[in-house]
Design a binder for this molecule. Sequence first.
Ligand code: CTP
Length: 245
Amino acid sequence: MADQSTVQRMERSHYSPPWANTSIIGVAGSSGSGKTSLALAIIKQMSLPWVVILSMDSFYRPLTPDQIAAAHRNEYDFDSPDAIDFDVLVERLKDIKEGKKAEIPVYSFEKHSRLDKTTTIYSPHVLILEGIFALHDPRVLDLLDLRIFCEADADLCLSRRLVRDIKERGRDIEGCIKQWFGFVKPNFHKFVEPQRNVADIIVPRGIENKVAIDMVADRIHKTLDLKSEEHRAELKRLGKETKDL
Ligand code: CTP
């Protein structure tokens, strides 16, 4: 039997589609481990229409002018959880989960700050949250349907990061190396690696790991099927018409 709050919620909305309960998948792992590529490979394998990747980079806290100057000297720690605005992230994830649209900040790695614009996410079927701390905050963990840790060799992570930061994020090689040994590597061991303990799946070798990608896509399909069934049953219990769903 549906509880009172569920009944009230469902009666308020004319029709609550199955994707009002967006499935959220968290993908954590070292910087340069291939989280984004893994998320894209999962999406390709799932071939579902409404899937969105949300990068946690969008939730880096705004910095003061002094902090921005330190960041340009590669002396600001972006690899501590304190650098992320988890309160805003949790708010946005809750909105998305409930089928509401969410405004997402746009981040510039060149300026080390949020831009004056946002992008909008409209209740997708599946949202993949990727970032070094995707499995860090207990409030985020509570909202996740599946928790993935993407594993890669540290040398590979460093080399990927060097190429990317120099090509795409306006950085120089000395600065990248200073940041890696000053913050990225020590904080990986302190904060990022422990997230393996709360992961449902640890994926070694990222997008090369076709078996893991198949398994994840399959699991997401099953979760969505189950949610659709539960939703239909709920509507039926409430006496709503379900033949068009
Ligand atoms: N970072 C930075 N400058 C900023 C903000 C973040 O250099 N102004 C760095 C942090 O040091 C952190 C990294 O960005 O380690 C997080 O992004 P990363 O995980 O490397 O990129 P993704 O594309 O999300 O992940 P992947 O490389 O695994 O695909």
